[in-house]
Ligand binder design. Sequence first.
Ligand code: GRF
Length: 203
Amino acid sequence: MAILGSGTGSTARALIEGGLRKGSTYRVELVISTSAVAGINAVASDNAVTLRVLDQSFTTSAWATQLTDALVARKIDIVALAGFMRLLPESVIHAVHGHILNIHPALLPKHGGKGMYGRRVHEAVMQAGDKVTGATVHLVNAQYDDGRILGQTHVEVQDGESVLDLESRVKAAEKILYPDVLETYAANLSFDVENWRSHKRNF
Ligand code: GRF
């Protein structure tokens, strides 16, 4: 599995550690950072995971080609986004057969879409007066926060809490949900591949 993004690295750390749990069905082999100065870069080095920095200063298509080449070269099956803010080109999604996951800090389809990231999401939750929020792991397609939902976790909004408090409680919940959903996703994926292989052998 590869992680792609430019976050502080706390999500990447949770995913790397999740992949090292006994009996885990996935392992993080590569971190692709879109910034030379992101916290995620240090997390990769600290955990001895290969780091590639592909900043987005070149054209989207040149960037997509470099990214795709890096994924194919490492035989990556699954990509997990961690603080990746843009839309992914379709060529990248196809390169890993659509096996790209993202986590969004709200209960999609609520409070998602272009421009809805980070603290803004929690502000929107509070402004809407929602009593419950949470996080969603979903497949990535060519729209923002739109792919099939794979898992959600719920977090109650407490009376009088600040946006910062809510954000930090949702972040803590994300770190349990994301590795757990990846476990199941990777397990199902290897089951499918094995099935396909034995199917091929039988004909
Ligand atoms: C996550 O909290 C997730 O909600 C969003 O990006 C954030 C990245 O986390 N998609 P971090 O900066 O690595 O902590």
